[in-house]
Design a protein around this ligand. Structure first.
Ligand SMILES: Cc1cc2nc3c(=O)[nH]c(=O)nc-3n(C[C@H](O)[C@H](O)[C@H](O)COP(=O)(O)O)c2cc1C
Length: 219
């Protein structure tokens, strides 16, 4: 055995959820906790060990309000329309996700901390091929997930969101993010209300697993 308590690590990996309605919007988050969790992200993998990640932490209330406006502008009617469609189609779980996402959109300004993960793209060739995009996302998303796991293990929660990126340039202007730095999301961060999160219901592994060759499922 590698010395890990699997009941703890497996619980962390299976119960780190997108938290929205259970973010405690009234409890302040000490800066040091954010620093500690971000410190852990520095151990995540990056292509060619480039470590092109950059993190923007926003606690300023006026800037959070402005980011929330940008987010809602990006969301438009997408969340409410999607909720209606999901409910009409009897897709209960999807309906809940959209309702929860709308709640976050309505309350984003009140999440005490916003974290915007970014990655340097100033070295990219024009029209980069798929391999380069895969390398870029693969060099920031593992760190984002490390951040979310680190938060969860300290009693905080977050959701990786991307809706503000429809107007990402407005967020860049607001925060002074230079050319050559690409935002990849926005995570509202807060303590969670309770910590009894459960594994999500997911289709079985065998529905998505191909061993040695792609067979059976049509793409
Ligand atoms: C790439 C990506 C983009 C996402 N964008 C948003 C978003 O803009 N707003 C939001 O509320 N949730 C967003 N989510 C959260 C997903 O809705 C959530 O992860 C999914 O419903 C599964 O829920 P779970 O993480 O609790 O298992 C995003 C997740 C990912 C991975």
């Amino acid at each position: 055995m590698a010395g890990f308590d699997l009941s703890v690590t497996d619980k962390l990996l299976t119960t780190t959820r997108a938290v929205r309605k259970r973010l405690d919007l009234s409890r302040p988050v000490p800066d040091q906790i954010i620093r500690d969790c971000l410190e852990l992200t520095l151990q995540a993998p990056t292509g060619s060990n480039k470590q092109g990640w950059r993190w923007i932490v926003v606690t300023d209330a006026a800037k959070r309000a402005a980011l929330a406006d940008i987010y809602r502008e990006g969301a438009g009617t997408y969340l409410t329309e999607s909720q209606k469609k999901a409910e009409a189609a009897g897709k209960v779980q999807d309906g809940r996700v959209y309702s929860s996402a709308q709640y976050l959109a309505d309350n984003l300004q009140d999440a005490p901390v916003h974290v915007i993960p970014c990655i340097r793209v100033d070295h990219l060739p024009p029209n980069p091929p798929q391999r380069v995009w895969a390398g870029l996302m693969g060099s920031i998303m593992p760190a984002v997930w490390s951040f979310q796991l680190a938060l969860r293990s300290r009693g905080l929660g977050s959701t990786l969101t991307t809706l503000h990126l429809s107007n990402g340039e407005k967020a860049a202007d607001l925060l002074g993010i230079p050319e050559g730095i690409m935002q990849v999301g926005l995570l509202p961060v807060a303590y969670t209300i309770g910590d009894d999160f459960k594994p999500a219901r997911r289709p079985p592994l065998d529905d998505v697993l191909h061993w040695n060759a792609w067979d059976g499922e049509q793409a």
